[in-house]
Design a protein around this ligand. Sequence first.
Ligand code: FE
Ligand code: FE
Ligand code: ZN
Length: 278
Amino acid sequence: MLTIGCHLSSSRGYLAMGKEAARIGAGTFQFFTRNPRGAKAKEIQESDVAAYLAFADAAGIRRILAHAPYTLNPCSKDPSVREFALETMADDLRRMEYTPGNCYNFHPGSHTGQGTETGIALIAHTLNQVLRPEQSTTVLLETMAGKGSEIGGCFEELREILDRTALSGHAGVCLDTCHVWDAGYDIAGHLDQVLDQFDRVIGLDRLKAVHLNDSQNPLGSRKDRHARIGEGCIGLDALIRVVRHPALKDLPFYLETPNDLDGYAREIRMLQEAAAAG
Ligand code: FE
Ligand code: FE
Ligand code: ZN
C-alpha cells in the first residue's frame, strides 16, 4: 500500500501533527524542525512525543520526515552561515532521536560563488561533523532544481557528497519530482531512464523518500516553483507513474504542493486510489 502524506505545520507539536495526518487520510507526514526561516527550535516535550508515538502506532502513521530550515547553508562562503548550519543540524539530529528511525532532509546548499568543488567539500565536511555512529536517524540530501549556485541539481554532485561522507550509511537521498524536472531530468517522458541514471550514479538503495510535486515550469527551467498534482508541467499521468513505479512504490511520498488541508486530503485520496488501481 502507498505510504503518502504531506507537509504539516509543527507549531503545535507531534501529537497534533499525528492527529492532523490521520484526519486527512495520510500514512505519514513531513514537518519543519523549526521555523523554516531558521529561528530557535522549541525544546522537545517528552509527554507530547510519547503521546504521539502511541497515537502513530495505533493509527499506522510511520516514516515521518523532518525538513531542515531553508536558511541552512552548509556551503556558504560566509563562515557564520556555515556555523549556523552546523549548529542547527547537530541540534536537529539530537532532537530527532526522540522519534527514532526516521529521516532528516536538508537542501545541500548554495556555494555562493566559491564553485561546485568547494561547495561539495564544505557540505561533506559538515556531515562529517554532525553524523554519529550511534544515531538512528538517516540524513537525506534533497535533489535540487539547480537554480543559482545550488549544489545537488545533478545526481553526480550528490554522489560526490556521499562519497566524501565517512558515516555515509547514515546518509541518503530524497528525490523531489519538481526539482529533478526543473533540473532537466525528464520524469514525465523517460522515467525509467532517469531512475536508471539515478541507480548508476547514486544507487537506488540510497533513495529513502520522495517529495511528490508538480512543477509550474517546463523541463530544465531551474526555477523550483511547485504546483498541485496534475496542475503543472509534469502532469497527473506522469506523477501516477512515479507512485506506481516498482523501484519507488515502497518509498514514503510527501506532498509539498500549494494546498490547504482539504486540498492535501483530496490529493492523498486520489493518489492512493490511483496506486491501488495500478
Ligand atoms: Fe525541500
Ligand atoms: Fe522538496
Ligand atoms: Zn522546492
